[in-house]
Design a protein around this ligand. Sequence first.
Ligand SMILES: [Zn+2]
Length: 389
Amino acid sequence: MMELLWLLLPVAAASGWWVARREYLDRRGATVRSADYFKGLNYLIDDKPDQAIEVFTRMADVDRDTAEMHLTLGNLFRRRGEVDRAIHIHGSLIARSNLTTDQRHRSILELGEDYLRAGLFDRAEALFQELVEQPAHMEVALSRLIHIFQQEKDWRQAIAYSDRLEQISGDSKRRQTAHFCCELAEAANARNDDAETSSWLLDALARDAGCARANLLLGRLAMRMGDHRKAIEAFQAVERQDRGYFPEAVVPLSQCYSALGCPDEWLAYLREVHERDHSGRITDTLAEWLLRLEGEEAALQFLERELREYPTLLGLRRLVDTKLARGEGAKYADLRTLQCISVQMLNSAARYRCSNCGFVVKSLHWCCPSCLQWNTIKPMSDLVMKTSG
Ligand SMILES: [Zn+2]
């Protein structure tokens, strides 16, 4: 037994030396890496990013631990708007063979984000496609691809990927896919393909029963086909779906009732809507039809009563126009000035606002150009204030 112990002594000594040697090398390596790390940081602080990147890139050759630092560094550059540098860092990471699978996937994801930021959609799309089957990155990759397909107006792909994302995440994407269907319907409508237009609009309503845009388009399609009753049905549905969009249906509804020769029916419907909606568009249109069907006195009485409680710019302009048409301009010189002011204010005012980000615009956009949300830009009420009476 003692002989055996004596024999093991050199082995123990050798292994002790090996362990000590290994620890020394590790410490030395760590010291070198640490020195390089601070050197790189100093370059960054001195605003010398090129030298910093050179140092950090050299460090990546040492081992895979520095890959994390590169990922962070690349993200920092992207956030600072230096997308070229972010692409360089993330691109050089992917080229390395010593990454773990997770690091490789994260590098692909970050490089995809860089390309997206740079507007290089085809390159970003190819990278995100590599990740759609990877459970850890599936949701992000799908949502980025949906964004890309929207930018490229590839609505069919946008629908397919949104449906898949909805299945995986459990979050409803129906409001936005209904709009994608409406986009396809508008394209079919531009080709005068009525059957396909109608099919996409019904698909939109099946996805989102509250899609006012689909009914506005269905109404216009029915008008073009000469079916004014069907058009009225679709336009009236807008008021039940989302009253905020109803001002968009007022002019075509008026045209439908006129085409059918039923102005009294239109006036009755307007009165019904007016009981719950005192926006300028309704006040103005109701006054216009009162003037046509019941005369100046009825229109003026309605406007004076209405504007006292619900003052709107459109209502004011209608009141001034009606008084001027009656020849009251000679009696009240200020009426002309009031008319000019109200017309100028209406022409210069933004008519639509995004309820999500506050972006204001003069024409209706179904997708906000600022925050890219669907269905958030709506006609603005021109109600100035509501008094207690
Ligand atoms: Zn917005």
